[in-house]
Ligand binder design. Structure first.
Ligand code: XMP
Length: 311
């Protein structure tokens, strides 16, 4: 793809040719679906409904951040707080694959409700080339386990429109920047904090991990300019309590692991050799500001053999 304005026109043309009625789009707040929501709404206006599902497993201020973008670009949107549904469905569940399946199924239910109310005929999805091209060039099954909308078109009898199919991540960044959208957005898994809370997921644990994550993001962003930032930087809440000391009192508190990772495409990569001073600041802030946590560890596993997410 060439200059961003030409790419943008091509995407807009593709949308006007294929979107012949009401369309719906699930925006995760990630780069691809946000770009698609903004471009599609330029073409379709109120014929398009953009839905952001707040699962309760998002990062701090995520729905506010997304809302600000939707407002700025004049989208027709709905932000659905479905957190109660997600937490109650996850009660007692510890197996990672079950967590993912439950979240996927809940997501489809919420989205189906919204789509039915709106009367959508089309589903717009922000699939980009690496989502469907395997390294060997053959076609994968529709992956985008992404926002768990893989099974949606068949189940809901929606016609699928994928206007970004030929783009790569760099193209998405370039067009997003051209439109004034933020481009320093970390990849974030569809199941969100659920795959970073080892063991049962509860609202309290999600709140705690959200606060830890906010500290990690804040310190990394302060210390490292956007162009040099690692691919991802986050924390994982472990089901481990250990002894500590606070003042002259012994404590028994929780443990987090920091995961800071360099990668080009998420398929492989190495842990980031983060500066010791920065690690020190992150650790000190977490243990000072969050009394539930008294131990911070650093994950030094490359991929392979470790995946980036812990679950
Ligand atoms: P792993 O953990 O497999 O992750 O090394 C590779 C990249 O994919 C992200 N990831 C997901 N993204 N839905 C997503 O959209 C998911 O279910 C999911 N699981 C992992 C992960 O954050 C990393 O960037």
């Amino acid at each position: 793809m060439g200059a961003p304005d030409r790419s943008l026109k091509e995407i807009e043309e593709y949308i006007s040719q294929h979107l012949k009625g009401k369309g719906i789009l699930a925006c995760s707040g990630g780069l691809d679906s946000t770009l698609l929501a903004v471009v599609a709404s330029r073409v379709a206006g109120d014929k398009l409904l953009t839905v952001f599902v707040d699962t309760g497993l998002m990062r701090m201020e995520e729905s506010g951040r997304v809302r600000a973008i939707f407002d700025r670009y004049g989208l027709n949107y709905r932000i659905v707080d479905a957190s109660e549904e997600f937490f109650s469905a996850l009660r007692g569940v510890t197996d990672p694959e079950r967590k993912r399946k439950i979240i996927g199924a809940r997501f489809i239910d919420v989205f189906e409700r919204e789509s039915g109310e709106f009367g959508a005929e089309y589903l717009l999805q922000g699939t980009i080339a690496p989502d469907w091209i395997e390294s060997g060039g053959s076609v994968r099954d529709t992956i985008k386990s992404h926002h768990n909308v893989g099974g949606l078109p068949e189940r809901m009898k929606l016609k699928l429109v994928e206007p970004l199919r030929d783009l790569y991540k760099d193209d998405v960044r370039e067009i997003s920047a051209y439109l004034g959208l933020p481009t320093d957005v970390q990849p974030y898994p569809g199941p969100g904090l659920a795959v970073r809370i080892i063991g049962e997921v509860t609202r309290d644990k999600a709140d705690l991990l959200r606060a830890v994550t906010a500290i990690v993001e804040d310190e990394v962003r302060r210390a490292i300019p956007p162009e040099n930032r690692p691919w991802q930087y986050f924390a994982v809440l472990l089901p481990v309590s250990t002894t500590g000391v606070h003042g002259d009192k012994r404590t028994y508190g929780g443990t987090v692991a920091l995961r800071v990772f360099n990668s080009i495409d998420g398929m492989s990569g190495t842990f980031t050799r983060l500066d010791w001073e920065l690690l020190d600041r992150i650790s000190t802030r977490i243990t000072n500001e969050l009394k539930e946590i008294n131990r911070v560890t650093y994950d030094i596993t490359n991929k392979p053999p470790g995946t980036i997410e812990w679950e």
